[in-house]
Design a binder for this molecule. Structure first.
Ligand SMILES: C[S@@+](CC[C@H](N)C(=O)[O-])C[C@H]1O[C@@H](n2cnc3c(N)ncnc32)[C@H](O)[C@@H]1O
Length: 277
């Protein structure tokens, strides 16, 4: 390759779709493979820069050779190689098969998934804000919500019950890299209810049948905000566990707001006092 950079000299040039590393990255499109391997893919320099900011190095970096001579991709390759990642210089046709078709990028990374432990309610900071999402189905909604949690400086998200995979490519992409900055954990309903029973602040449920306006009174922190699924809404078990249930008013005759929009409105209302320009 005639490459004078000692780090980039570690990189392997790949032109074949039959290469084992290429096949392994392609297989991460499948949820089953992500679950078994504990890995996921993030595409594009801006997401990888968010990973670097979070101190979350890739296990593998694949990039177009021509794109890494200078600029941001060169910096990403140097970072990934220095962190011990497998660095693959791939041909355009190979990257075309690795990347999502409607989102062509010049670089992508494979990362280990991280799952947080449940917070200890006894030691939570009084400003703490956690989101519980029950049965979220749409990866775009989940990624958008993770991005909004990052924006408001929330403590993290609990995924309750059977949910979409936050490490799917669509969710990672919709998070715009905030997936690297927001702690995520999975809980079943019983574990969530046990955690809730020790919660010292308010547990706020959002429901279309609630009678209280979501702006009626300030929220007492630490707040645990509970949102229902796109189809069924909040289950009766989780609704009954909330200390306050609120509704976002709607003027038009419609069923509900989109989950990500409703979550965004709630998060900004809960943070009204502490989030200033
Ligand atoms: C698309 S909605 C679910 C609609 C579902 N058909 C139902 O009856 O609840 C998804 C979630 O967003 C939240 N949500 C949407 N619109 C809301 C509103 N106007 N007020 C309060 N929460 C809302 C709730 O948490 C709800 O469970």
């Amino acid at each position: 390759m005639g490459n004078a950079d000692p780090l980039r000299r570690q990189a392997r040039a790949i032109t074949s779709l039959q290469n084992q590393s290429v096949k392994a990255i392609r297989a991460l499109h499948m949820r089953k493979v992500r679950r078994q391997s504990g890995l996921f893919v993030a595409e594009g320099a801006s997401l990888l820069l968010m990973a670097r900011d979070a101190g979350w190095p890739p296990t593998t970096l694949a990039y177009l050779a021509a794109s890494a001579k200078a600029g941001v991709n060169a910096a990403l390759v140097a970072w990934a190689c220095a962190a011990g990642a497998e660095c693959l210089e791939v041909a355009p046709a190979v990257l075309g098969k690795l990347a999502t078709k409607d989102n062509p990028q010049t670089v992508l990374g494979v990362f280990e998934q991280r799952w947080a432990r449940p917070p200890d309610p006894a030691t939570l900071p009084s400003s703490g804000l956690w989101l519980a999402l029950e049965g979220v189905r749409d990866p775009g909604n989940l990624g958008t919500i993770i991005r909004t949690l990052h924006a408001v400086g929330a403590s993290g998200a609990m995924l309750i019950g059977s949910t979409v995979d936050p490490y799917s490519r669509e969710a990672v992409r919709a998070s715009m890299g905030s997936i690297f900055h927001v702690p995520l954990l999975r809980l079943n309903c019983a574990a969530f209810l046990a955690l809730r029973s020790q919660w010292l602040g308010e547990v706020v449920g959002t429901e279309l049948s609630a009678c209280q306006d979501f702006r009626a009174q300030p929220y007492r922190h630490p707040v645990l905000l509970v949102m229902g699924s796109e189809g069924a809404g909040l289950s009766s078990a989780l609704a009954a566990a909330c200390s306050r249930r609120v509704k976002i008013p709607m003027a038009g005759r419609l069923d509900s707001l989109n989950l990500a929009v409703a979550t965004g409105l709630m998060l900004y209302e809960v943070c009204r006092e502490r989030l200033k320009l």
